[in-house]
Design a binder for this molecule. Structure first.
Ligand code: AMP
Length: 281
């Protein structure tokens, strides 16, 4: 397992691979790996000759007052777990390496980063697209895997790749859940035992919404309100948003007569969790 911390070395590493005519898959992460991340890596190793991951807790995607300083980290564990699933190289830069003092450039996808998570986290997606664009330039992957758990992030990255003519294929991996339905997340570590139980209302509300739609309900507002009512009846929950949107544009829809996604963000105590589900007729 190679661990590379500088941009210069990383570029040389991937150049050597491409010169041999071989392909690279990149799985970007912020570390503190869980089964969801590892499933993305298992998928990634079948998509290219070489599997590289990045571990970087990206400060530009955290707003002031968010959890950047306490975001969980355990590099030695991440290294062992990722090695076990076939990762050959970890790009593990520090903040100065990615954002030197003179740093001044940001990538912004307009029109789909202001809603949903963007409403309460107005600078978040600018940070995400900036760091992902940098990681693509540094690691030059042929393919890169992202989780549907972060549905808006996936849609925004797809938009960026298309708009900026990037030479990478973006592949989505379905949301990986605990057996009781909770979507896996590094942030689940913040939950107390009781909050962990309360957090189950997110996936329950999403499943209930899916059942409503599959049994014939087409009015998005009624489905949305049913989910809101279910979540609001659970103690310690504060709803950030519950929305039904078009899967590609992320624009809100009124009538569910084609593909749609219900996406939500809910605070359980001080922990903000997100989840989503595809709604099908
Ligand atoms: P993060 O470390 O949270 O930035 O996540 C790194 C990648 O793993 C992103 O593409 C996430 O969407 C993906 N990911 C995180 N949790 C899950 C999950 N439970 N299921 C599927 N993908 C996930």
């Amino acid at each position: 397992m190679d661990v590379i911390t500088t941009v210069r070395e990383m570029k040389a590493y991937v150049r050597a691979i491409h010169q041999r005519g071989e392909t690279i898959c990149l799985v970007p992460t912020m570390g503190y790996l869980h089964q969801g991340h590892l499933d993305l890596m298992r998928m990634g190793r079948n998509l290219a000759d070489h599997l590289i991951i990045s571990i970087f807790v990206n400060p530009t995607q955290f707003g002031t007052g968010e959890d950047l300083s306490v975001y969980p980290r355990d590099f030695q564990r991440d290294r062992r777990l990722s090695g076990d699933v076939g990762v050959e190289c970890i790009f593990f830069p520090d903040v100065e390496e990615m954002y030197p003092p003179a740093y001044a450039t940001y990538v912004n996808v307009e029109g789909m980063t202001e809603s949903l998570c963007g409403r309460s986290r107005p600078t978040h997606f600018r940070g995400v697209t900036t760091v992902v664009a940098k990681l693509f330039n540094i690691c030059d992957p042929d393919v890169s895997v992202f989780g549907q758990k972060d549905y808006q992030q996936l849609a925004v990255i797809r938009r960026m790749v298309e708009d900026l003519n990037m030479n990478v294929r973006v592949v989505a991996h379905p949301t990986v859940r605990e057996t009781d339905g909770l979507a896996m997340s590094s942030r689940n570590k913040y939950l107390s035992g009781e909050q962990r139980q309360e957090a189950l209302v997110l996936s329950r509300a999403l499943n209930m919404a899916r059942e409503l739609v599959s049994s014939g309900e087409k009015a998005a507002e009624r489905v949305r309100q049913a989910a809101i009512d279910m979540i609001a009846s659970t103690p310690e929950t504060v709803i950030d948003y519950v929305e039904i949107v078009h899967p590609d544009t992320l624009h809100c829809i009124d009538v569910i007569d084609d593909r749609a996604v219900m996406a939500l963000a809910v605070k359980i105590g001080s922990t903000r969790l997100i989840d989503n589900i595809e709604l099908r007729l």
